[in-house]
Design a protein around this ligand. Structure first.
Ligand SMILES: [Zn+2]
Length: 119
């Protein structure tokens, strides 16, 4: 289902022109030190599949090629705000709850078994 995204540079454009990159709430780790590998793993690979309002990175691939932060409802696709990523200072909505759970995906033997089965 295509819908319109109001690009700050191009105006209203069909969502088909954009590439969605996902959760914009992740903060890049600042330091290298103890526990860094898990911190970077979470930053690069772990994303929550939010049902409802969230901020996401979108790339206007079929237009100005700018990175944007689109705040939208993932269920209704209602868009609340579109901001150039370089100017985004955080969500205009209250922070959503996070589960605070840690992943064990890198240590799960089942993933290795699946990888081995494909080769
Ligand atoms: Zn654009």
């Amino acid at each position: 289902m295509a819908y319109l995204i109001n690009c700050p540079f191009c105006g209203p454009r069909p969502s088909d022109e954009f590439y969605i990159k996902g959760d914009a709430s992740k903060q890049r780790p600042e330091t290298i030190g103890d526990g860094t590998l898990d911190t970077w793993h979470d930053y690069v690979h772990i994303r929550e599949n939010v049902r409802g309002r969230m901020a996401e990175h979108w790339h206007h691939t079929g237009g100005c090629r700018q990175w944007l932060v689109v705040e939208r409802d993932t269920v209704s696709h209602e868009i609340y705000a579109v901001t150039p990523a370089s100017k985004w200072k955080g969500s205009s909505t209250p922070a959503r709850k996070t589960t605070g759970r840690k992943t064990t995906a890198r240590k799960t033997p089942a993933r290795k078994a699946v990888r081995g089965a494909k080769t």
